[in-house]
Design a protein around this ligand. Structure first.
Ligand code: ADP
Ligand code: MG
Length: 366
């Protein structure tokens, strides 16, 4: 609606009180000029690294140029170290652990892997075995332990049956301080299902200790953010699993992780069938029926493991697995593109206009 304009009064001779006011105003102006200028808005520091097989982009808010530089150097150092330490099949701390686990003898592990192995063990138990960090041998059989995109036919049914019969699981590990051994010669650790979450948690702790008030860390679409970049919260998009673009947006509250396990990043395509890199430990084959699962949680390690476990649980069992894992904010997209979400997740998401109508699923009582 147009705003009515006030008529500008004709000029009149200035009265004494007008002069007084003008004097006061000039005095105020002079006082303002003497106060220091308002601080310039806090700077943003951005960078992209390549680590954990993906692009890791970081945006730090409210840091001085000096703190920004220090923080980026710390992130780079942490990423390099953790990638080296936790890689499942390259030479490094976990690579060596895997070689020695095959011998069945006791050995001293590099301490850099032990907290992650312990956490993975606990999450395996919580997931009822759906999240299994002891499946390195099976992942290698499928060609998922390689830098090159996996190719070729799936492993033979016999090879998969043999792995299933050996049934490696974290309970086959014995731990005594820094010493480890495996009672199962087929146990190889692959921490790919939680390493990114654990890494982002470590980096975030480090950055907060350094005084970074707000940041968003994005490792190939899995992210962790805290603080606020100014007045508004961090707003992020959830990627559409089949198209370019996003399916919904959400605002980060406080410090939160948003992790997705999907069938679209890494998979083998053979004879018209897609075999994604998330394997079902009960069958030895890739989990079926799901395009993507997104989990929001304050703890990035839990969000990462839960997204993997719920992906394996599938369309029927994910609510039960969610309760077992202790997560409540979940979106699952099934193989036909149907959306399922919890009431807690519905509150958080703003869907794009052409998104399918989601089915709201209440989690069972625990
Ligand atoms: P992404 O790494 O693509 O974000 P995930 O967090 O689900 O997705 O991790 C997938 C990785 O986890 C695989 O590449 C493999 O290393 C490992 N993995 C696959 N299936 C399982 C499983 N059932 N339990 C634990 N780890 C798994
Ligand atoms: Mg995961």
């Amino acid at each position: 609606m147009p705003v009515a304009r006030r008529r500008i009064p004709a000029r009149r001779a200035a009265r004494p009180w007008v002069l007084l006011l003008a004097g006061l105003f000039a005095g105020l102006l002079a006082a303002c000029e003497r106060t220091p200028p308002p601080p310039t808005p806090p700077a943003t520091t951005q960078a992209v690294f390549f680590s954990f097989g993906t692009l890791v982009s970081v945006e730090l808010w409210g840091t001085s140029p000096e703190l920004g530089r220090q923080a980026l150097a710390a992130i780079e150092g942490d990423l390099n170290y953790m990638h080296f330490a936790w890689h499942a099949w390259k030479p490094g701390s976990l690579g060596r652990v895997n070689q020695l686990l095959a011998t069945g003898a006791w050995f001293t592990a590099n301490p850099s892997v032990l907290p992650l192995v312990k956490r993975a063990h606990a999450l395996w138990r919580r997931s009822g075995g759906l999240f299994n960090p002891a499946m390195g041998e099976l992942l290698a059989l499928w060609g998922f332990q390689s830098d090159a995109p996996p190719q070729g036919p799936p492993p033979s049914a016999e090879a998969i049956a043999a792995w299933l019969a050996s049934a490696p699981r974290p309970d086959d590990l014995e731990m005594d301080g820094l010493r480890l051994r495996s009672r199962n010669p087929h146990l190889r650790l692959d921490l790919g299902g939680i390493a990114k979450g654990y890494a982002l948690a470590q980096i975030a702790d480090n950055l907060r200790d350094m005084g970074v008030p707000a940041a968003i860390l994005n490792a190939g679409g899995d992210l962790y953010a805290w603080g606020r970049p100014g007045e508004r919260p961090w707003r992020i998009g959830i990627r559409h699993p089949r198209r370019a673009g996003i399916i919904a947006t959400l605002d980060i509250r406080g410090a939160e992780a948003v992790f997705t396990s999907g069938d679209y990043e890494r998979y083998v395509e053979y004879a018209g069938h897609r075999y994604p890199h998330i394997l079902d430990p009960r069958t030895g084959y890739p989990a079926e029926g799901v395009q993507a699962v997104t989990v929001i949680h304050a703890d990035p390690t839990l969000a990462d493991a839960a997204a993997t476990a719920l992906y394996v649980a599938g369309v029927r069992d994910w609510p039960r697995a969610a309760v077992a894992m202790g997560v409540r904010e979940i979106l699952l997209i099934d193989a036909e593109g149907r959306l399922y979400l919890t009431p807690e997740m519905r509150q958080r998401l703003r869907f794009v206009p052409d998104a399918p109508r989601p089915v709201v699923v209440h989690l069972p009582a625990s």
